[in-house]
Design a protein around this ligand. Structure first.
Ligand SMILES: [Zn+2]
Length: 351
């Protein structure tokens, strides 16, 4: 049998392994697909451009061999692949900053929940760091402000103020500020949304700090209070760790804190990011190490653990009457506080 190894994208080994993109002609952004048997490029046009949203050129070996069947030994009439026409670059959509300022408020149910286990000072600091906003119906606004202070959009979410659990729309859809502004006619219908990390604006404020990335905005805000040496960013969802977003991490030390159940997916992503975005990245096994089977079934995240532990810190007498029944019942739950804090300190010293 004739077994061939599959073609693969050239791994990053310095800038001589990144080439000129045949589509957008940017230098150092193009990865060749290599022949799995020989390790040689298949063709200078077969590969992927890193500029996912600005160029998006991706010519796969499969398509190349459809366009150029390899059994035709005489390939005099080889035709170059059809290139994706370069669309005139649409300017990135930006939302006026005064909307952020106007929205800033502690009146969201999310912030009310934070007050269940944080001091007022901690709550204020978190609110200011992330410019947390609120709508008239007490939903929280998680603004996405990039590293040069441009506002890309805001995510609007409702929470139960006593349990901190999200209250979803029946449709499961998420409300976005840019969509609301489009509906109101304040933003153009072709608003070019390019998302960034929640918390990305903090990168510039703390240029030397280690960056920790979690999935949800809620986790980022809560973790930032407990481990304030890190800059906490949220990817927004399980698939929110895109290469384009991660370019903001260039030159940084980064630790990913995947939710339970997402470890493998984020570990794979970490390799791509490290190769393409020139940052040092590790994936924390913290939650995997301390989780019980029930935690796993529930797909807990780091915020769930922190909340449990903040509450465990205090004695039952201290908190009688101060917390909702749901939170009080959590006090009796497993005491992983010391384990978690010890682990985090260990991890910090490792960096
Ligand atoms: Zn390109």
């Amino acid at each position: 049998m004739n077994m061939h190894k599959l073609p693969y994208l050239e791994p990053y080994k310095g800038m001589n392994t990144r080439h000129i993109c045949p589509n957008c002609e940017h230098k150092g952004v193009f990865s060749f697909y290599l022949n799995g048997d020989t390790g040689e490029p298949i063709h200078p046009t077969v590969g992927r451009c890193e500029r996912e949203s600005k160029c998006g050129y991706h010519y796969t070996p499969k398509q190349y061999f459809i366009d150029n069947p390899p059994d035709q030994t005489e390939r005099k009439g080889w035709t170059p692949p059809p290139l994706k026409p370069i669309e005139p670059t649409r300017p990135m959509g930006v939302i006026p900053f005064d909307l952020v300022e106007k929205s800033t408020s502690y009146k969201s149910n999310f912030v009310r929940f934070l007050c269940e286990f944080m001091t007022i000072e901690q709550m204020r600091e978190a609110g200011e760091n992330y410019a947390l906003g609120a709508t008239k119906t007490n939903e929280v606004i998680f603004w996405q402000i990039d590293s040069i202070g441009k506002v890309r959009t805001g995510k609007i979410m409702q929470y139960n103020p006593s349990t901190g659990k999200r209250i979803k729309h029946e449709s499961g859809a998420i409300d976005w500020i840019h969509n609301k502004l489009k509906q109101a006619g304040t933003l153009p219908q072709d608003y070019n949304l390019i998302q960034c990390f929640f918390g990305e604006h903090l990168l510039k404020l703390y240029p030397a700090a280690t960056v920790a990335i979690v999935e949800s905005e809620k986790s980022a805000v809560i973790s930032s209070v407990i481990m304030s040496d890190f800059i906490w960013l949220a990817a927004g969802n399980l698939n929110g760790l895109s290469i384009d977003k991660c370019r903001a991490l260039q030159g940084r030390n980064v630790v990913l804190y995947p939710d339970l159940g997402a470890f493998e997916k984020w570990s794979l992503r970490a390799n791509d990011i490290q190769n393409q975005c020139n940052c040092k990245i590790s994936v924390s096994t913290l939650l995997e190490d301390v989780a019980s089977d029930t935690d796993r079934e529930n797909g807990l995240d780091i915020a769930d653990f922190i909340i449990k532990q903040l509450i465990n810190k205090e004695t039952v007498a201290d908190i009688q009457g101060r917390f909702s029944p749901e939170l009080q019942s959590m006090i009796e739950q497993n005491n992983v506080l010391m384990v978690l804090i010890d682990k985090l300190e260990l991890e910090e010293t490792k960096l």
